[in-house]
Design a protein around this ligand. Structure first.
Ligand code: TXA
Ligand code: MG
Length: 345
């Protein structure tokens, strides 16, 4: 057990002493949980293999799942990769700082543990002011996976991080709830055609505006059957998994109501859109996750809603299915994984 210190960061200027303490912890090889615009991350010095091992231990993360390295400038990127292709500059220009991770060929400065044996490294420049200040003050690139225990939903508030990691990390910085609520879009440029490995708030449509042709990896839509090697190792795990058994019910609201009526049993939970709570059959407990036409709000609230269902002790949950256009693809991707691909039509 570590003694975990908690800090509330309201403002990077006023709260600079706390940020400096946390930055020193990173430099000394410790673990610091910090907010980003996507989800909270558990950070360590990306150039320190022993510190990286600490991340895997704290999360209970499989060793073969590589980490994203967070930076604040393009100059820092140059050191971490063997080549910055023109397409990476174009993406950085348009989407950094922000919720996009770019996979590039790694340089030998990246420890084996960060890249999990791959010859590539994932790089992201976050926009959250607390993340930026922390990385700058630390003076090192910061490797950071989402700050949840491996297999539980990603954390979008400091309270989620405390629930999962208190006693397992050195510090937790509370910067309020995350704006996006879903992990960054991951795109690889180490492939003949740029390929999205994980959808996020930077949409496939936006990436195509900048790059032209962009492919979407099969694992975004489908369960990996385990025979093909995973382009993104994270995709093969049952991810974002709440304790409840979730089933996605396709179709409109009327079809959803009819489906619930056909299986009335005690302790039924429904994950619905805002305003639908009153229209569910009697005895169904509802948790809402944003308006039906508001995918950004759905993304912001989905992981908290999954944690709320677990907190309520839900065992069986039926979920309304989001539209999968734009950022909705990311919402659908996370929800269908939380449901372990259980879907009814
Ligand atoms: O928004 C985010 O990206 C958050 C915040 C903290 O920045 N971080 C995050 O990290 O979601 P994590 O470790 O939970 O997810 C990283 C994903 C995993 O699916 C991993 O397999 C993939 O990125 N990944 C990392 N390095 C990779 C590489 N070299 N090649 C392919 N996939 C990689
Ligand atoms: Mg994660």
């Amino acid at each position: 057990m570590r003694q975990t210190k908690q800090y509330v960061i309201r403002d990077v200027q006023t709260d600079r002493p706390a940020l400096e303490e946390a930055a020193a912890v990173l430099r000394q090889g410790g673990l610091v949980v910090f907010p980003t615009e996507t989800v909270y991350g558990i950070g360590a010095n990306a150039l320190d293999g022993a510190a990286i091992a600490g991340i895997f231990a704290a999360k209970g993360r499989p060793q073969d799942n590589p980490l994203i390295v967070h930076v604040t400038s393009m100059e820092e990127v140059a050191d971490l990769v063997t080549d910055i292709p023109e397409q990476a500059h174009q993406l950085a220009q348009r989407f950094w700082p922000g919720p996009l991770t770019i996979i590039l060929p790694k340089s030998d400065r990246i420890p084996e543990a960060v890249s999990a044996g791959l010859d590539t490294v994932a790089i992201r420049m976050p926009s959250h002011p607390v993340a930026r200040a922390l990385i700058r003050l630390a003076g090192v690139p910061v490797a950071a996976p989402s700050a949840n225990l491996s297999g539980s939903p990603s954390p979008t508030t400091a309270a989620h991080c405390v629930a999962d990691l208190d006693g397992r990390v050195d510090s937790i910085l509370d910067g309020g709830p995350c704006e996006v609520g879903l992990e960054s879009t991951v795109i690889t440029l180490v492939s003949p055609v740029p390929r999205v490995l994980r959808p996020g708030a930077v949409t496939v449509e936006q990436l195509r505006e900048v790059l032209g042709a962009v492919e979407v990896d099969d694992a975004v839509y489908h369960k990996m059957d385990g025979t093909a090697p995973a382009a993104s190792p994270g995709m093969k795990y049952k991810h974002y998994a709440p304790k409840a058994e979730i089933t996605l019910v396709h179709g409109d609201l009327a079809a959803f109501q009819a489906y619930l009526l056909s299986r009335t049993q005690p302790g039924l939970y429904a994950l619905v859109f805002d305003g639908e709570q009153d229209r569910m059959p009697d005895g169904v407990h509802c948790v809402a996750y944003g308006g039906a036409d508001d995918p950004a709000a759905q993304g912001e609230r989905l992981f908290a809603a999954l944690r709320e269902l677990d907190g309520a002790g839900a065992q069986q949950v039926y979920a309304r299915v989001p539209d999968s256009n734009g950022i909705g693809l990311a919402v659908y991707n996370r929800l269908v994984r939380a449901a372990a691909f259980r879907e009814v039509y």
